[in-house]
Design a protein around this ligand. Structure first.
Ligand SMILES: [Zn+2]
Length: 61
């Protein structure tokens, strides 16, 4: 199964709904990838409003 990204929180995952925010507003058309290891101290995490570590898509269509 291909990876999908959540349109709500940009989390990348396998499955039919986002394990992070439970949203079903998801897409398999995404680009860019950021891995957030330490959201407290990550400038990217702040810009993208990410509060949990994980893998995120930069753009979700
Ligand atoms: Zn989500």
């Amino acid at each position: 199964m291909s990876e999908r990204a959540c349109r709500e929180c940009h989390h990348i995952f396998h499955g039919s709904s986002c394990p992070h925010c439970k949203s079903k507003n998801i897409s398999d058309d995404f680009s860019g990838l950021v891995i957030i290891i330490d959201p407290e101290n990550s400038a990217i995490a702040k810009v993208m409003n990410i509060k949990e570590k994980g893998r995120y898509a930069i753009r979700v269509r």
